[in-house]
Write a protein that binds this ligand. Structure first.
Ligand SMILES: [Zn+2]
Ligand SMILES: [Zn+2]
Length: 266
């Protein structure tokens, strides 16, 4: 079984203190064949440390570690870009500038409002909040063509003052089908992000009904990521996710090299 964790943060991200090399050593200890560093670049985020990575330093450092651990683990140069329409031009310039292997597109804010702080939910009920989030996801995948995989598609359930942490795909089917169709048509993929287990949701992002629908619509590209910000969370639940994908009828999962998907048998 090929094992790859394709969503990892290290101390270059504003919300992690884990040194890059420590993550690599632990990944090797855990038997991973490959990892992708996907540190946060979130232009326009209220906390400016989320757009402060110096890639002129980052890339040579990652390359030196690639050399040091060659033959023991494969390291992909990735990034988790937080999308906001207002930052579109900056995002394009940034992505054209650096030789990423893998670009993960996510939303951490919509309408200029943060989910994490709760601002996004003020004055809205649950369904309306989720609908606004999914509409912003649809805008993202329509406006932004330069990415590989859309991250944690239903992450919105983590936040907000609502007790119920599940949602029904069917309640948002019209929007979500458009999101998934657009992703599939453009040759992009989605990820299974296992951080939901650590957030007490007892499941991954997105929910299984999203994955089933993605498969029915013809989606084939799926990456697997723990969204670890600490070495102890590397590869969290990912072997089980390979089993889950297999049980849903998927034949492969993906990693990326120089922005091209590489498929691994499940
Ligand atoms: Zn994220
Ligand atoms: Zn992340």
């Amino acid at each position: 079984m090929y094992q790859a964790d394709y969503h990892i943060h290290c101390s270059y991200s504003g919300d992690s203190d884990a040194p890059m090399e420590e993550m690599i050593k632990e990944a090797i200890r855990r038997g991973l064949d490959e990892i992708a560093f996907t540190d946060h670049v979130d232009f326009g985020y209220p906390d400016p440390s989320f757009e402060a990575i110096d890639y002129e330093e980052y890339i040579p450092y990652l390359e030196s570690l690639r050399e040091k651990y060659r033959g023991r683990i494969k390291l992909a140069l990735g990034v988790e870009i937080g999308y906001q329409s207002a930052e579109h031009a900056r995002i394009q310039d940034f992505l054209e500038k650096y030789p990423f292997d893998f670009v993960l597109l996510s939303r951490h804010m919509s309408e200029g409002l943060d989910y994490y702080t709760g601002d996004f939910f003020a004055g809205y009920d649950q369904k309306t909040s989720y609908r606004r989030y999914f509409e912003s996801v649809l805008r993202s995948v329509r406006q932004q063509e330069n990415f590989d995989v859309f991250g944690h598609l239903d992450v919105i359930v983590r936040y907000g003052p609502f007790e119920e942490k599940n949602l029904a795909y069917a309640d948002y089917q019209e929007i979500l089908d458009e999101v998934l169709r657009r992703i599939i048509e453009k040759g992009h993929g989605i990820e299974i992000n296992t951080s939901g287990f650590r957030y007490g949701l007892g499941r991954m992002h997105p929910q299984v009904d999203f994955l089933k629908r993605y498969q029915v619509l013809g989606g084939e590209i799926v990456t697997l990521g723990s969204d670890s910000h600490q070495a102890k969370d590397l590869n969290d639940h990912l072997p089980q996710m390979q089993e889950l994908l297999k049980s849903l009828g998927f034949k492969t999962f993906a990693t990326y090299a120089k922005r091209e998907p590489v498929f691994h048998k499940l």
